[in-house]
Design a protein around this ligand. Structure first.
Ligand code: NAD
Length: 482
C-alpha cells in the first residue's frame, strides 16, 4: 500500500502546496515505492513561517499562555502520538531500514516521553526571578521564548531528532516550522495528523518537507525566523552556521561524529562485545554518536579483533520490519554507494578486513551492506578520520592509557565515545580527558535529562536536559526602581 499526501501542514490545516513538485520515498529493503508527499517550495516555507510568526506574536496566544496551559496541550499531543506510535515506527523502518526492534524503543517511544519531560520542566523551572540590583532597586530577570524556530532534521532517527527540538521549543512557548529530510517524510506527516488531532493552536507547529537544500536554506535565512535548530552533516551545518552568523541568528548544530570506543586492558571482553553492538553498530552504523573507531590495547589486540569479527558475523541481517532482525538495509542506494566507497578506500590504504566487506548473500533487493571490521587501521587512514555513516568499524591498537586518549582526541570530531573497563573509576578518569560532548562507561545510553551535543566539528550548542530548554529561551532584564 502506498501512502500519498497531497498537502502540507501549515497553520493548523492541510494546505495545497504552491508547486507540483513531489518527494517519493522507497522501501530501503524492497526498493518499492512507499508513498509520496508534496515538496515545499520557497513560497510554501514563507507561508509556514508567516503562520508561525502570527501565532507567536499573538498577544493572547501560545507564547503568552501559562506554562500549565501549554503543558496540557503538549500532553494531548503526546497522547495522539502514542496512539500512532506503531504507524510511525513502520513508516520510519520502511523508509530508512531501521530494525523495528530498535525503532519501537526510539522513534515510537521517545517523542511522547520527551514532550512530557519538557511539559513538566516548564512548569517546575521559574521563568521570572527578581534580584536585588547591584546598583539601584531591583531587576526582574525573565526567560522568554526565543520566537519562531526553524527545525531541520536528518533521516537516521527522524522522530527522535525532531522531538529533541520540538519538545523544548513548544514547552518554552516558541512556534515551530519543521523541515524533515526528504528520505523520511511519511512519519512526519503522521506527526502532523497527531498535532491536528491534539488541536495545537494554528501556526504553533508547521511541517513542510522539502527536497534538496532549497527549502531548508530558505528557512535558515528567512527574516521572520528567530532561531535555527539543525541536526545533520557537518558540511551542511557549516553552511547553515555561516548564514546564521551573518544574520546574528542563534543556532544549535548537532553534526557528525567519529567517536572512539576505548577498550582497556582490564575489560571483560564478553560483556564489552555485547555492549559494543549498541554503541557502535546500532541502526547499521547510521547514528551520529556511535563509536566507529575501536581502540584496542596492543596486548589484547588479536582477542578484540577476533571477538568483534565473530560478533558481526553472528548478527541477524534481514527485513527491518521483522522483529528478529538486528541489521537492516542502509537508508538509500546513495548511502550504500558512500559506504562501499569507504570500504574500498580502507582496503586501498592498507586496512585488513576480518569480517564482512561486501553485500550479504541472498539479498538481491534492498540496500544491504555487511557489517564490516577493519583491523590494522592507522588513525590517519581515511576510514578512521571521516564519518562513514554505515556498519564499518576500524580497530586501532594503542599502547597505554595516554596513547588511547591521544588517539581518541586526534579527530576533527568530538560527539560521543565509550570506555570499557572493569574499573569504573579508571574509566571515568579517562572519560574526563576525552574531548567530546558525551561519553559512556561500559555502555552508551543517552540520558534525555542531560545535555547532548558536540565539540569541534561535531557542532555547537546542546539539546536535552534543562540546557536544551534554555536554548529556546532568551533573557530580558527589567530594571525596577525599588
Ligand atoms: P544532511 O546534512 O545532508 O541533511 C540534514 C537535513 O538538512 C536534511 O533535512 C536536509 O534536507 C537539510 N539540509 C541539507 N543541506 C542544507 C542547507 N545547506 N541548508 C538547510 N538545510 C539543509 O544530513 P543527512 O544525510 O540527512 O544525515 C546524516 C548526517 O547527520 C550525518 O553526518 C550524521 O552524523 C548527522 N547526524 C548528527 C546527529 C547529532 O545529533 N549530532 C544526529 C543524527 C545525524
Amino acid at each position: 500500500m502506498t501512502h500519498v499526501f497531497d498537502s502540507l501542514f501549515i497553520d493548523g490545516s492541510w494546505v495545497r502546496p504552491s508547486s507540483s513538485q513531489r518527494i517519493e520515498v522507497h522501501s530501503a529493503s524492497t526498493e518499492e515505492l512507499l508513498g509520496s508527499v508534496p515538496a515545499a517550495s520557497e513560497s510554501d516555507i514563507d507561508t509556514a513561517v508567516a503562520a508561525a510568526r502570527t501565532a507567536f506574536d499573538d498577544p493572547t496566544g501560545w507564547s503568552q499562555w501559562e506554562p500549565s496551559r501549554r503543558a496540557a496541550a503538549i500532553e494531548r499531543f503526546a497522547q495522539e502520538l502514542e496512539a500512532r506510535s506503531e504507524q510511525i515506527v513502520q513508516h520510519v523502518s520502511g523508509q530508512n531500514g531501521m530494525p523495528v526492534r530498535f525503532g519501537r524503543l526510539t522513534e515510537g517511544a521517545v517523542p511522547a516521553k520527551i514532550l512530557r519531560y519538557y511539559a513538566g520542566l516548564i512548569q517546575e523551572l521559574p521563568t521570572t526571578e527578581v534580584r536585588k540590583s547591584l546598583v539601584y532597586g531591583s531587576t526582574e530577570v525573565r526567560r522568554e521564548p526565543i520566537g519562531v524556530v526553524g527545525a531541520i532534521v536528518p533521516w537516521n532517527f527522524p522522530q527522535t531528532l525532531t522531538f529533541f527540538k520540538l519538545a523544548p521549543a513548544l514547552a518554552a512557548g516558541c512556534t515551530v516550522v519543521v523541515k524533515p529530510s526528504s528520505e523520511t517524510v511519511l512519519d512526519a506527516m503522521v506527526v502532523a495528523e497527531a498535532a491536528a488531532a491534539a488541536e495545537l493552536p494554528p501556526g504553533v507547529l508547521n511541517i513542510v518537507p522539502g527536497s534538496g537544500r532549497t527549502a531548508g536554506a530558505r528557512l535558515v535565512s528567512h527574516p521572520d525566523v528567530d532561531k535555527i535548530a539543525f541536526t545533520g552533516s557537518t558540511e551542511a551545518g557549516r553552511s547553515i552556521a555561516e548564514a546564521c552568523g551573518r544574520l546574528f541568528r542563534p543556532v544549535t548544530l548537532e553534526l557528525g561524529g567519529k567517536s572512539a570506543g576505548i577498550i582497556l586492558d582490564d575489560a571483560d571482553l564478553a560483556t564489552t562485545l555485547k555492549g559494543l553492538f549498541a554503541a557502535s553498530l546500532m541502526n547499521q552504523g547510521q547514528s551520529c554518536y556511535i563509536c566507529t573507531r575501536i581502540l584496542a590495547p596492543r596486548n589484547r589486540y588479536k582477542e578484540v579483533v577476533d571477538g568483534l569479527s565473530d560478533l558481526v558475523r553472528s548478527l541477524k541481517i534481514g527485513d527491518p520490519l521483522d522483529r528478529s532482525t538486528v541489521i537492516g538495509p542502509v537508508a538509500s542506494s546513495k548511502q550504500r554507494d558512500i559506504i562501499e566507497g569507504y570500504i574500498a578506500k580502507g582496503i586501498a590504504e592498507g586496512g585488513r578486513i576480518t569480517a564482512g566487506g561486501g553485500r550479504p548473500e541472498g539479498f538481491d533487493r534492498g540496500w544491504y551492506v555487511e557489517p564490516t571490521i577493519f583491523a590494522d587501521v592507522d588513525n590517519n587512514a581515511t576510514i578512521a578520520r571521516e564519518e562513514i555513516f554505515g556498519p564499518v568499524l576500524a580497530v586501532i591498537p594503542f599502547t597505554d592509557d595516554d596513547d588511547a586518549i591521544n588517539i581518541a582526541n586526534d579527530s576533527a570530531y568530538g560527539l560521543g565515545g565509550t570506555v570499557w573497563t572493569s574499573d569504573v573509576d579508571r574509566g571515568a578518569a579517562i572519560a574526563r580527558r576525552v574531548q567530546s560532548g558525551s561519553i559512556g562507561i561500559n555502555g552508551y545510553t543517552m540520558d534525555h535529562g542531560a545535555p547532548f551535543g558536540g565539540v569541534k566539528d561535531s557542532g555547537m550548542g546542546r539539546e536535552l536536559g534543562p540546557e536544551g530548554l534554555a536554548a529556546y529561551q532568551q533573557y530580558k532584564s527589567i530594571y525596577l526602581p525599588t
